[in-house]
Every structure is written in structure tokens, then in C-alpha cells.
Design a protein around this ligand. Structure first.
Ligand code: ADP
Ligand code: MG
Length: 634
């Protein structure tokens, strides 16, 4: 059989150009990727062999071997894992998952160092071989294939690869890198030992390097006599799965390197927690919080979940059943004796053990985050990346509602910036005497929230208000009622529930204001007609002439409205109650207008500017501007 020539998927070609030409710093990541792939291949076969010992009968000891040849300028990585068939090689080594590549391309910064670190994050691992090699040969035989059904795959990375069936006498995969002329340092055993140690110490399969064996001269032997150097494979890593070791014995750098292997992330994690639990439900968990959110955190396509091991044997990747959705950013693994080795994804969803583990692991993550929150800088870093995902928690996970609410942070009128660093506990500790509510406001943006007319009276009284402007905030606040016995009150709700905070004077003033301004209010009502639901005298305005109040949860309605409108439905306009500040100069000026048709223009202006401030837009802005100009000109 002669080799068939295949074209790479276009995206792969682009990627390969990039890898070969621009990513030259931090080249050694290719070793991490290839060792990682070899270890994955062995994990997969190990799993299959649990139910079918015969599969590995002729070669039972799993290992990864690395061998350099200085003369041939090659570096070969061999594993006796699951191997590949011809079809598998053609598809696995010729394409990349579309979304992953696109994201990779989009995330490129042009900074070679940063870009090279992105490799692996998007599953482009194998192609990193072309950073150091100008030709890559893959020899492989699938565990299910006969000797003459082996595969030879080869490419110089320039748009095409060839592949064919050949005789392969061993099971597994051999990657032969033909090193570029200036990359021969990767034939140096010292250099290799260094990299391999870094990338394989935590891997549970032995990784062996072919290196010169040093032999002490024997007694009576001539020291200067030239001897043929002896080479042999020596194991480099200690091949003990990292999470099975005692946390006392594992260094932070080892946890970090293991995280990179596990997650394909290039950065160290932000924090981690390693726990061994004995007793009824035995398990070990190693959980990490990444520094940076993945590009698809909010996509439906986002794949997440923990690696599952049963009695140290790898069972599956991305097992989603062990953590709730709002903790989907957590990476890591769980190893347990409590599940059968042949557990399937479907079965996982159903067993009580999974439910118990999920409960326990959720608590672990929440307490890890609680611990992290004691470090303000780190927690700020965390919150910027994952705060909005965490806000899904109190609704999704009612049992842990309070623990999650404790972890949330918001911007506040107490700060002078949009940084979200105020917790509900902080807020409560600063509450005024007599205050028993937590006041908040949701708006379209930080600026809109901060400058909202709804806050004027609260600000005047020195009452702190939490400022919110994320979509998820509207939804969250619409679904929770209280924290620590303190009711949440939206600053734009009809009744501000000031309670004891409204002093007697104020109450009296309000009552008298309502009677005193009866005429004024009636005039506005008449002028605006059925544009508004009602007109009332405001208790909350100080600097603004007016504001609008909705009966329903305002933000929820606006969101629903957007959704419905996007789906092509027409929705009747919502009618608001207009609140008027009778003390405001503009209102007084309007009231002084004797001509009823001009007063109607004033009334419109005062109503529509309240709408504008509330919603950031008007249905008919040009009529509004015309009316305003006419009034300005007098
Ligand atoms: P990823 O490891 O994220 O899937 P890679 O580019 O590193 O992406 O590898 C692509 C695919 O090629 C792997 O998913 C696997 O199916 C196959 N592969 C790579 N190396 C090996 C190997 N040593 N043994 C068996 N299959 C391999
Ligand atoms: Mg890989």
C-alpha cells in the first residue's frame, strides 16, 4: 500500500503556520503536550483492560519512554497505550474541534510568549510538535488492530500529511520528532531530564528517559581507558498519582504543575483544595479555581466537570454530575471507592453516591472560596472572573443559599468606584440605627445606578445602597428576599419601606405636601391623561424633578419585554406612576404656566425625562427634543 496524501483542515494549516513560525519562546511545552497525550492514551487502555485483561496480556506494564538520537536529530516519545487506527489517526491528527480553534485564534495577542502559552488550552496539543520539529512521524497500532493494521502518519506541517497502513509490531503510539536544525538542544539528556521532571512528576505512569548510565570504575581498572558509553532507560518520575500522596508532602509547585496537566491551562491556579475523606463515603478530591475564566464559560457548549477516578483508575473526563452548574469553573478530580469501575455517565446521574459526593464537593468548593475571600486581592481577582457565575448559585442551590450569598460582592454608594467588593455582611455592619432593610438598585449601567434619582432621599439620609447593573443581578434579586433576617428592598420599588428611618417630621411633611400640592398633582394628571397610571407626590426625590415607578419588578419586565420583542411580538406599553418633586424649581416653573397647552408640554417634558433617566432611551426622542427646545426658547 502506498501512503495517501491528505490536506489538513484549513484551521489546522493556519495554526501550524503560527506554531512553526511565531511561537518560539517557551518551546518546551510540546513535551508537556506529548507526555500528556501518552498518559491519556494509557489511561484509556487501562480502563478498558479492567473488564478485559487479555487486551494487555502481551505487554502488561504501562510506560512512556523518551529517547533522543543526536546523530539522527530525532526525539521519540513512545507509549503502550490505546493506539490509533488509520481512521482515528486521519481524523484526530488532521482536524481540531472547530470552536476550540476559533477561540484559540481569537485569543492570540501577537505577543509570542503569551501566545505560546495558550497552546494546549484549546486542545491543539499534538500540533505543538511543530514548534520544534520540521517533520513528525507517528507510528501507531490500536489495541484492537492486528499487526499489519498499524499506521504510519507523517507530515512536515505544510498543509498536508500522509498516512497508510503498515506493519507495527507493538501496541501503542510512537511520535518521532525530526528536530529543526536549531532545536537540537532537545537531544541533550540533561535538558530532557529537566523538562520531563517538570511535566511528568505527578503522572501515575512511569516516564523513562534513555540516558547514559554512569558506572563507577571497578577496582583495578584503568580510569583513563576509553569505554563504550552504556545507555539504558531510567525512570524519571516517581509515578505516584499526586492526589494519593499526603498533602503535607506535596509542594505548591507540584499542585500547580498538576493543574496545568489536568486543565490544559497555562497559568497557575488561583487556589486549590486537596482533601481525603474516610468513613462512610470514602473519597479524595483535588479541586482548583483557575485564574482566568474559559472563553466559553457562558456558552451552552461549555464542557466542564471533574475527572473521575475509581480506586485510582481513570474512568472519565468532565463528569458534570459532581458539581452544580454555578460552580462549573472549578477544575479537578475526584477519586472514590464508592462507585463501581464500570460506572457510566448515565448511571452516574442516578446513583445516591453521586448525589452525596456532589453535596460534599459543593461544600468543599464553597469553603475553599470562603477561605479565599479572606485574601482581598485574590478574591477580587476571582470575583472579576467568576462573580457573575456565582450569582446563579442562590437560586440554583437553595440548600447553600446563605453560604453563597455570603460570597457575593457588589458595588455600593459607600465606594466611589464600580469595583464589586461589598458583601452583605459589610453592608449590615454599616447599617444606620433603626435600619433593618438592605437597599439596592438595579439599573442599565454602573453610572445609571450610581446617579439614579431613586437614591436621592436615601443618599440624603446617609443610607448605603448596593449598586447593580448585571442582567444576572435583576434575576438574582427577583428571586431572593432576605439575608440574615434583613429584607432586600429595591430603591425603585413603589414603597421604599423606610420604616423607622423616616422621621416624624418627614412623615408629616409628606402628608401635608400631598394635600398642599393637590392642585399641582391634579393638573399633571389631567395634562398627561392615560399616558401614566397615576401621578403622586414624591418622597424620595431631592435634586430631580421627577421619576417613574413601575408596579411590577421593573427589571424583570424590561428583560421579558426585550425577549418578547426580539421574538417579534408586540407588547403594550407599560404604564408608570409618575412621581413629582413639588419643591423642584422646574416643577414650580411648570406650575406657574397659565396657558394649559404650554403646561401640557411641560408635563410631557417632566414625564419623559423621568422615562429617559430610567431607561436610557425613549420611543420618540425627536418629539421630546422639539418640545424641550420650544420650552427652552420660552
Ligand atoms: P487533546 O489531547 O486535547 O485531545 P491533542 O491535539 O493533544 O488534543 O490530541 C488529539 C487527539 O489525538 C487525541 O484526543 C487522541 O485521540 C489522539 N492522540 C494523540 N496522541 C495520542 C497517543 N499518544 N495515543 C493515542 N491517541 C493519541
Ligand atoms: Mg493532548
Amino acid at each position: 500500500m502506498t501512503a495517501t496524501v491528505h490536506g489538513f483542515q484549513t484551521q489546522v494549516t493556519k495554526l501550524l503556520d503560527l506554531l512553526a513560525n511565531s511561537l518560539y519562546s517557551n518551546k518546551e511545552v510540546f513535551l508537556r503536550e506529548l507526555i500528556s497525550n501518552a498518559s491519556d492514551a494509557i489511561d484509556k487502555l487501562h480502563f478498558l483492560s479492567l473488564t478485559n485483561q487479555d487486551l494487555i496480556k502481551d505487554d502488561p506494564n504501562f510506560k512512556i519512554q523518551i529517547r533522543a538520537d543526536k546523530d539522527a536529530k530525532t526525539l521519540t516519545i513512545t507509549d503502550n497505550g490505546i493506539g490509533m487506527t488509520l481512521d482515528e489517526a486521519n481524523s484526530h491528527l488532521g482536524t481540531i474541534a472547530e470552536s476550540g480553534t476559533e477561540a484559540f485564534m481569537k485569543n492570540l495577542t501577537g505577543d509570542a510568549k503569551k501566545d505560546s502559552q495558550l497552546i494546549g488550552q484549546f486542545g491543539v496539543g499534538f500540533y505543538s510538535s511543530f514548534i520544534v520539529a520540521d517533520k513528525v512521524t507517528v507510528i501507531s497500532r490500536s489495541v484492537n488492530a492486528a499487526q499489519n493494521e498499524g499506521v504510519r502518519w507523517e507530515s512536515d506541517g505544510n498543509g498536508t500529511f500522509t498516512s497508510e497502513n503498515v506493519d507495527v509490531p507493538f501496541r501503542g503510539t510512537q511520535i518521532i520528532l525530526h528536530l529543526k536544525d536549531d532545536e537540537t538542544e532537545f537531544t541533550d539528556t540533561w535538558k530532557l531530564r529537566d523538562c520531563i521532571t517538570k511535566y511528568s512528576d505527578h503522572i501515575s505512569t512511569p516516564v523513562e528517559l534513555y540516558e547514559e548510565k554512569y558506572e563507577a570504575p571497578k577496582e583495578g581498572e584503568d580510569k583513563d581507558e576509553k569505554k563504550e558509553p552504556k545507555f539504558e532507560y531510567t525512570q524519571i518520575n516517581n509515578a505516584q498519582a499526586l492526589w494519593t500522596r499526603s498533602s503535607k508532602d506535596v509542594k505548591e509547585a507540584e499542585y500547580n504543575e498538576f493543574y496545568k496537566h489536568l486543565s490544559h491551562d497555562y497559568q497557575d491556579p488561583l487556589t486549590y483544595a486537596h482533601n481525603k475523606v474516610e468513613g462512610d463515603l470514602e473519597y479524595t478530591s483535588l479541586l482548583y479555581v483557575p485564574k482566568v475564566a474559559p472563553w466559553d464559560l457562558y456558552n451552552r457548549t461549555n464542557e466542564h466537570g471533574l475527572k473521575l477516578y475509581v480506586q485510582r483508575v481513570f474512568i472519565m473526563d468532565k463528569a458534570e454530575a459532581f458539581l452544580p452548574n454555578y460552580l462549573r469553573f472549578v477544575k479537578g478530580l475526584v477519586d472514590t471507592n464508592a462507585l463501581p469501575l464500570n460506572v457510566s455517565r448515565e448511571l452516574l446521574q442516578e446513583t445516591t453516591v453521586t448525589r452525596k459526593l456532589k453535596k460534599a464537593l459543593t461544600k468543599r468548593v464553597l469553603s475553599m472560596l470562603d477561605k479565599l475571600s479572606k485574601d482581598a486581592d485574590k478574591y477580587a481577582e476571582f470575583y472579576k472572573q467568576f462573580g457573575n457565575v456565582l450569582k446563579e448559585g442562590p437560586v440554583e442551590d437553595y440548600d447553600n443559599k446563605d453560604a453563597i450569598l455570603k460570597l457575593l460582592r457588589f458595588a455600593s454608594t459607600n465606594n466611589d468606584s464600580s469595583v464589586q467588593n461589598v458583601s452583605f455582611d459589610d453592608y449590615i455592619s454599616r447599617m444606620k440605627e433603626g435600619q433593618d432593610k438592605i437597599y439596592y438598585i438595579t439599573a442599565e449601567s454602573y453610572e445609571a445606578a450610581k446617579n439614579s434619582p431613586y437614591l436621592e432621599n436615601l443618599k440624603n439620609k446617609g443610607i448605603e445602597v448596593l449598586l447593580m447593573w448585571d442582567r444576572v443581578d435583576e434575576w438574582l434579586m427577583g428571586n431572593i428576599n432576605e439575608f440574615s433576617g434583613k429584607e432586600f428592598v429595591s430603591a425603585n420599588s413603589q414603597d421604599l419601606k423606610l420604616g423607622k428611618l423616616a422621621d416624624e417630621d418627614e412623615k408629616k411633611k409628606q402628608e401635608s405636601a400631598a394635600t398642599e400640592n393637590k392642585d399641582l398633582i391634579e393638573r399633571f394628571k389631567k395634562a398627561l391623561g392615560d399616558k401614566v397610571k397615576d401621578v403622586v407626590c414624591s418622597t424620595r426625590l431631592i435634586d430631580s424633578p421627577s421619576c417613574v415607578i413601575s408596579e411590577t419588578n421593573r427589571m424583570m419586565t424590561m428583560q421579558m419585554r426585550r425577549l418578547l420583542e426580539a421574538s417579534g411580538q408586540t407588547i403594550p406599553d407599560e404604564k408608570y406612576t409618575l412621581e413629582i418633586n413639588p419643591e423642584h424649581k422646574l416643577v414650580q416653573k411648570a406650575y406657574a404656566e397659565m396657558d394649559e397647552s404650554r403646561f401640557a408640554q411641560w408635563a410631557d417634558l417632566i414625564y419623559e425625562q423621568a422615562l429617559l433617566a430610567d431607561q436610557g432611551a425613549l420611543k420618540d426622542p425627536s418629539t421630546f427634543v422639539k418640545a424641550m427646545n420650544s420650552l427652552l426658547l420660552g
